[in-house]
Design a protein. Structure first.
Length: 270
C-alpha cells in the first residue's frame, strides 16, 4: 500500500517509520493517539475509528475544520499560497495576525500557511503562547490540496480533541490500541532538559507515560506502542515492554556540526 503524506510539514513526523509502526501495532477496533502531531500513523492505518488528541489547541481546531469544511478550507487557504505571500515581510505580518487572531477558522488558515512557509516544519510557541517560528525562505511552498482532501475523508471516522495525554489514555478500553509519539528525549544525558521541554513534557511525564502504558496493558488489556530515541534512559523507562530497534534510521542535527543518524526505539506493551 502506498504511504500517504500528511498535509502539514512536521518536525519529528512518523512518515519514515510507518512500515515499522504498522508491523508492531496490534489489531483493534479503535486507534488512540495522545500525541497525534501531523497524523501520519492515523493516515496510514486502517482501524474502524480513531481518537486523536494533542495538547496543541491550534492543531485539533485545524483538524476539525478540515474534517467538516474541507472545500471552504482548500479554497480559502490556497489564496495564502500565492507567490506574493512568499516573502519575509508578508510572513511576519501574517504571523503577527495569527498571534492576535481570535477567529477559529481564520486562525486555522494561517496555521497551515505558517506551517508550509515557516522554517523546517517547526511548530513552536514562546512563553507568551505566541507562534515564533521564523520564515523558511522556500522558493515555492507546496500547497497540499490532495493531502487535505484525503485527510478530510479519513477524518470522518475520527474524533479530534485537545487534552493532556493522561486524559486521553484514561479513555482507552480493551477494544482499542494506543500509539504514543511523545516529544523525544535528548540524546545525551547532559542535554538541557529545560530548553528541550518548553512544551511542558518533562522527564517525569516520560516516566509517567511508560507507567501508564504498563498499567493499561495489565489492568485494561489495552496494547500500547511508544516510539522514542533509543537511549539508556528510554530502555530503563520501557523495561516492562518488548523493545524493538528501528533500523530505518532518521537523520537529525547534532550540536550544529553536520548531521548524523540515530536509532529509534519502539516499545510495545502487549
Amino acid at each position: 500500500m502506498k504511504k500517504k503524506r500528511a498535509f502539514l510539514k512536521w518536525a519529528g513526523g512518523k512518515y519514515h517509520l510507518i512500515e515499522e509502526i504498522r508491523r508492531h501495532l496490534p489489531s483493534a477496533d479503535c486507534l488512540i493517539e495522545p500525541f497525534v502531531g501531523a497524523g501520519s500513523v492515523f493516515l496510514n492505518t486502517h482501524y474502524r475509528y480513531y481518537i486523536l488528541a494533542d495538547i496543541n489547541r491550534d492543531l485539533s481546531s485545524l483538524y476539525n475544520i478540515v474534517k467538516s469544511r474541507v472545500d471552504d478550507f482548500v479554497r480559502d487557504s490556497r489564496l495564502l499560497f500565492h507567490h506574493q505571500c512568499n516573502n519575509a515581510k508578508q510572513f511576519y505580518g501574517l504571523r503577527k495576525e495569527f498571534n492576535t487572531c481570535k477567529d477559529e477558522y481564520r486562525r486555522a488558515l494561517l496555521f497551515l500557511y505558517l506551517n508550509r512557509h515557516g522554517y523546517n516544519g517547526l511548530c513552536r510557541y514562546n512563553l507568551k503562547g505566541e507562534f515564533n517560528v521564523p520564515f523558511g525562505s522556500y522558493k515555492k511552498p507546496y500547497f497540499p490540496e490532495e493531502e487535505l482532501y484525503f485527510f478530510s475523508e479519513k477524518a470522518q471516522n475520527a474524533i479530534f480533541i485537545c487534552e493532556n495525554y493522561q486524559q486521553t489514555l484514561m479513555q482507552a478500553s480493551g477494544r482499542a490500541v494506543v500509539y504514543c509519539d511523545p516529544p523525544y528525549v535528548p540524546l545525551s544525558m547532559t542535554a538541557n532538559f529545560t530548553s528541550y521541554f518548553h512544551n511542558g513534557f518533562n522527564a517525569l511525564d516520560q516516566q509517567n507515560l511508560a507507567q501508564m502504558a504498563h498499567q493499561l496493558r495489565r489492568d485494561n488489556q489495552v496494547s500500547v506502542l511508544i516510539s522514542n530515541h533509543d537511549t539508556a534512559l528510554t530502555r530503563q523507562w520501557y523495561h516492562q515492554a518488548s523493545l524493538h530497534v528501528v533500523k530505518a534510521r532518521r537523520t537529525i542535527s547534532c550540536n550544529g556540526f553536520g548531521r548524523r543518524k540515530v536509532d529509534e526505539l519502539l516499545a510495545l506493551y502487549r
